[in-house]
Design a protein around this ligand. Structure first.
Ligand SMILES: [Zn+2]
Length: 218
């Protein structure tokens, strides 16, 4: 079960003080095929990230402790504040804002991709299909560029290539999904330890499922 408490945050861009929940504990019971955790009770991911309700600055807790250049602050006000009007400030939008901040701040493509992926998980939970699709597309784009830039360790490449295929599959683009699923076998570096990736790719290509079968141990 998910346990949380309230915490006060001070926005490093405009000094706004606001409250948001933080997660004290949660439990994972399984995993969806896009690596979204299956949890008992409240989905915790919206509360791992925080967003200023006035200017739209967003990030993890430690991002609120950092100092930022005036240039960045100006960018937040001109580019992000408007995004606040696109919907309620739930997890999906908080991650989208955090991903845009991370991208602007020059964090790795992988970090940006992870934020968009989490945004897609939250938006799905929040039944915001347009935001979910936007986050999935951005996650795919950034994971693809992280792969191309060599940011992903050899052992992680096969699962990430599978994930890019799965993101396209969930976006309804079976052609792109198939093309990425085709690349998975070529990325396997440990055939025993990574056999689940190949099995899962086969399942999603032939007869897709929503959660990882238990026997694959993911
Ligand atoms: Zn702010």
């Amino acid at each position: 079960m998910t346990m949380m408490e309230e915490k006060s945050f001070t926005c490093p861009v405009d000094g706004e003080v606001f409250q948001d929940g933080i997660i004290i504990s949660t439990n994972q019971m399984g995993q969806y095929t896009d690596f979204k955790p299956v949890v008992g009770g409240l989905f915790p991911f919206p509360f791992y990230v925080h967003a200023c309700p006035v200017c739209g600055f967003a990030g993890y807790e430690e991002d609120f402790q950092a100092q930022y250049e005036d240039d960045f602050k100006k960018w937040v006000k001109s580019e992000l504040t408007g995004e606040l009007e696109s919907g309620p400030l739930y997890g999906g939008l908080k991650y989208l804002l955090a991903a845009r901040c991370a991208h602007r701040l020059g964090k790795t493509r992988r970090e940006v991709a992870d934020l968009y992926l989490r945004g897609a998980w939250c938006a799905q939970d929040e039944e915001a299909p347009e935001l979910e699709a936007r986050c999935r597309k951005e996650a795919a784009v950034h994971f693809e560029s992280a792969l191309a830039a060599g940011e992903i360790d050899a052992k992680e490449r096969a699962p990430i290539v599978y994930l890019v295929g799965e993101l396209h599959r969930r976006l309804g683009d079976s052609e792109a999904a198939g093309a990425w699923f085709d690349k998975v076998a070529g990325e396997i570096v440990d055939s025993q330890e990574q056999s689940w990736v190949l099995k899962m790719t086969g399942i999603q290509r032939e007869n897709p499922v929503d959660t990882f079968p238990e026997e694959l141990g993911q």
